[in-house]
Design a protein around this ligand. Structure first.
Ligand code: G3P
Ligand code: MG
Length: 349
């Protein structure tokens, strides 16, 4: 009954606009939730001049959790109900690869413990191992750490005989050295196992979920992101092979695949609100705004997708008043996400 009452009281939709919010450096900074983030979502929920709700998605290069877990966490922190269908994580579009690798053995890199392996399994990858499993099988594979928890979990699997078909970096590495070693072992090995003799060529495809060199958390200066891991991986590959090519497929902002995925989620939200309309009709009239803090990811990607980009000063971008990013200029630069949403509402009729 409560839900029905709330639904009847909720403002009508304004489907001519939609917003994609970046998370880190825009709505939150690490463990700290920004007040402006709460305010922005209240405004978008109907507390605005139009008296209407504007659909939104969260479009983040973060990950390492499920879309449902991210939605639940941010709903609690931001004080609004956010559904998993409003969340695009860096690795969300990678689920499209599951058909190709359904039962083929893949190495999943990144994140805490084996959590990313569980995410991959939920996406439909049926045969997943992690660097944790490899080190649990042979601790000497990475001798510079204590034997990991759950040692022996890799047992039963002989990584010297069980080849991989792909290396997928799903999230920031929580153990750069170990993950560089194990990923390089597999990519260089003649038979694509974790222990095989190296050749000069890449054994299997490499997929990466995000290229952010840095991202913003509660620390005063930006921190290394997954892109930093790629730089290290490429540098090691270069040094070991004398410059052989390391092919890779990238996901995450600023790449188009992320924007197409987000746009399909926005279509679905709009169709739920207006079932009588069609996707081409919706798209023809809809302006999509993207609010972000990282010019190289959020602004470059939004500009490339033909969206209206809004850059905030609460994260990676450190330009002062009047400044814009020279390489990836945003349509608008504001102090924080609440100002971004005010500007969006002002731009709408
Ligand atoms: O690891 C997260 C980071 O690279 C970026 O997150 O929300 O700023 O795209 P976000
Ligand atoms: Mg960000």
């Amino acid at each position: 009954r409560w839900r029905r009452l709330l639904q009847t009281q909720a403002a009508a939709w304004h489907l001519d606009a939609a917003v994609a919010f970046d998370i880190d450096g825009v709505l939150v900074r690490g463990a700290r939730t920004l007040d402006e983030g709460r305010r922005a979502l209240r405004i978008l929920g109907g507390d605005n001049r139009l008296g209407r709700r504007i659909p939104f998605v969260l479009l983040t290069n973060g990950g390492g959790v499920s879309e449902a877990a991210k939605a639940a966490d941010l709903s609690r922190r931001l004080g609004v109900a956010i559904s998993p269908q409003q969340v695009v994580l860096a690795h969300s579009p990678m689920q499209a690869l599951a058909a190709q690798y359904a039962s083929r053995h893949i190495l999943v890199v990144g994140g805490a413990g084996r959590r990313c392996a569980d995410i991959a399994r939920a996406y439909g990858f049926g045969n997943v191992s992690t660097p944790d499993d490899v080190v649990a099988w042979r601790p000497a594979a990475w001798p510079f750490m204590d034997v990991p928890d759950g040692s022996g979990a890799g047992a039963g699997r002989d990584f010297a005989r069980d080849p991989f078909h792909a290396v997928m970096v799903l999230h920031d590495s929580f153990n750069f050295g170990r993950d560089l070693q194990v990923a390089t072992d597999v990519l260089r090995s003649r038979d694509a196992t974790a222990g095989g003799a190296p050749t000069g060529r890449q054994s299997v495809p490499l997929y990466m979920s995000n290229s952010d060199l840095v991202f913003s958390n509660e620390y005063p200066r930006p921190r290394f992101g997954q892109g930093a891991f790629h730089v290290c991986l490429h540098a090691m590959w270069d040094a070991l092979t004398g410059g052989a090519a390391l092919e890779h497929t990238r996901f995450g902002k600023p790449f188009r695949v992320q924007y197409d995925f987000a746009e399909r989620l926005l279509d679905r939200l709009a169709l739920d609100a207006a079932p009588d309309t069609s996707v081409p009709q919706l798209r023809a009239r809809r302006r999509i705004y993207a609010v972000g803090d990282n010019p190289a990811a959020d602004i470059a990607g939004a500009n490339g997708a033909g969206w209206t980009s809004v850059l905030v000063r609460t994260g990676v971008f450190a330009g002062g008043p009047g400044a814009n990013d020279p390489a990836h200029p945003a349509a608008m630069v504001v102090d924080h996400v609440a100002d971004a949403v005010e500007w969006i509402i002002d731009s709408e009729r």
